[in-house]
Design a protein around this ligand. Structure first.
Ligand code: C5P
Length: 229
């Protein structure tokens, strides 16, 4: 059985508007609830720690009726601080070497088969694994003047998605080390890579989007409606 840390303490400033993006509603439910439902759809998920912004009073609570707990805690100014707070809030029954999933609250369209594949393959890896999707566009590296310096070969480039699966203690230490060095890591794997670890890439569907713009929200609405049809 595996616990999940769900960072949901972002301010969602890139989205614009009053409501943090994780609270935007689709089909009558906030994105957080959709993300939790996708996670709890796997019988191997034991419970979740939901990391909320300091002073967040919007969270109404959520349960899938199975009795598996969703524990709320308070996050920090960066995603890494929020994940660290989530790891600290895990129950004592979660051992230091136990694998823990981390999944963005703003990724509501996680497919059951992708979560299953990540858990299966990641647990067999000494380090852990992340869901990722191959890059399909041609990528350019820009110079300071806005001109193209070069084209990055895309055949080995992947977009990092979540969930990401790492051992509780190792991930905590990696995130703490990045913070101590003043490095802002944008996902858990980046913190692990800084420690010399090489997490496994598990290919997941490209529509496991992080809702960042109004267009992403409309896309998720479409995906959800198509699933229900
Ligand atoms: O900002 P970004 O889109 O990378 O956020 C990814 C996830 O991390 C979101 O679910 C967001 O709520 C969360 N986050 C957090 N604490 C922060 C910043 C982001 O929990 N300080």
């Amino acid at each position: 059985m595996t616990w999940v840390v769900v960072p949901a303490a972002g301010r969602g400033t890139r989205f614009g508007g009053e409501v943090p993006k994780q609270y935007l509603e689709v089909a009558g439910e906030p994105l957080i609830a959709h993300s939790l439902r996708a996670l709890f759809a796997h019988p191997g998920v034991e419970g979740a720690v939901l990391v909320l912004a300091d002073g967040d009073s919007r969270w109404p609570g959520w349960s899938d009726g199975s009795g598996r707990p969703v524990i709320a805690c308070t996050g920090g100014d960066t995603r890494a601080e929020s994940v660290l707070a989530g790891l600290a809030a895990l129950p004592d029954s979660v051992r230091a070497d136990a694998f823990v999933l981390v999944h963005d609250a703003a990724r509501p369209n996680l497919r059951p088969a992708d979560l299953a594949a990540l858990l299966e393959r990641g647990r067999e890896d000494p380090v852990g694994a992340i869901l990722a999707s191959p890059v399909r566009d041609t990528l350019k590296r820009a110079g300071d003047d806005g001109g193209i310096d070069r084209t990055e070969p895309r055949d080995r480039l992947w977009r990092a998605l979540t969930p990401q699966l790492f051992r509780r203690l190792q991930l905590g230490r990696a995130l703490e080390s990045a913070a101590a060095d003043g490095v802002e890591v944008t996902d858990e794997a980046m913190a692990m890579e800084r420690q010399g670890a090489r997490p496994l890439l598990v290919e997941g569907a490209a529509d496991n989007i992080k809702v960042t713009t109004p267009a992403d929200l409309a896309y998720f609405e479409f995906l959800l409606a198509r699933r229900a049809a």
